[in-house]
Design a protein around this ligand. Structure first.
Ligand code: ATP
Ligand code: MG
Length: 236
């Protein structure tokens, strides 16, 4: 964890696991049962966005693979600080009390009760989907399951999908676009396949922190996602 000021004690910052009294904290989850679709990539880049906006930001990594926590461990100390907690181990009880935005990186293969439990933790859920036949089909099954969860059907959690690792002008991307546009869930953006994501992850950065001449196309693609997250549509 970064930049804990002097006088910090764990006890002071502990919050209940069920986040009682945390009305001001936003909980944004990146979720898809399919592995490797970009959950951790989206989660780390979202955390960077909010931290750069001056919001006190924390990542709760619910995946014992620890991709987000490993990323955080190499994040340069001179960049906007992001806290991290191992959600897979201890839930969110150790999230710093004054956190404004909690980004939750979910594990793959969550179903049933475990999925219900996770969804309970967020008001906003982003689902990344890859342009591949296997992923599109898996997304269909996952969406049906997600939309049946009470919290989602009652619109107490808002969902949106993001296409990830997109190569434009490919047939499979056209198929994915068509599929996502027909879903009853907002399709808020698409992110290209780019080495920038791989480079940024390895250095503890978000693509917003790469030089503009390299990353401007990615910045542009994130804009509608940031706008949706800033709008009332993304919150119950
Ligand atoms: N837009 C992108 N362009 C290029 N590579 C990407 C992009 N998004 C993700 N990747 C790469 O794809 C791989 C999987 O991404 P990531 O780890 O974010 O997925 P995940 O859904 O978190 O996986 P898991 O289900 O294992 O947790 C990583 O190597 C990551 O660097
Ligand atoms: Mg992951």
């Amino acid at each position: 964890m970064h930049n804990r000021g002097p006088g910090f004690t764990l006890a002071e910052e502990k919050i209940d696991d069920d986040s009682k009294g945390q009305k001001d904290m936003r909980h944004i989850m990146v979720l898809n049962a399919k592995g490797g679709c970009g959950k951790s990539t989206l989660a780390t880049n979202l955390a960077v966005y909010f931290a750069r906006e001056g919001r006190r930001t924390c990542i709760a990594d619910y995946d014992p693979q620890r991709s987000s926590l490993d990323w955080l461990a190499v994040r340069p100390a001179d960049l906007p600080a992001i806290d991290g907690v191992p959600g897979f181990d201890e839930g969110i009880r150790n999230v710093p009390r004054n956190t404004e935005v909690l980004v939750i990186d979910a594990p793959a293969r969550v179903r049933g009760t475990e999925l219900n439990e996770l969804v309970r933790r967020a008001e906003t859920i982003l689902v990344p989907v890859l342009p591949s036949s296997i992923d599109i089909k898996a997304c269909g099954h996952f969406m049906s399951e997600l939309l049946e969860i009470g919290k989602v059907s009652r619109k107490q959690a808002r969902l949106a999908v993001v296409a990830n690792r997109v190569r434009e002008n490919t047939l499979i991307y056209e198929e994915l676009e068509g599929y996502l546009k027909d879903l009853k869930v907002p399709y808020i953006g698409s992110l290209r396949e780019a080495q920038n994501y791989v480079r940024a992850y390895a250095r503890g950065l978000g693509v917003l922190e790469l030089p503009e001449y390299l990353a401007w196309p990615d910045w542009k693609q994130w804009k509608p996602i940031h706008e949706w997250l800033g709008s009332k549509r993304s919150q119950p």
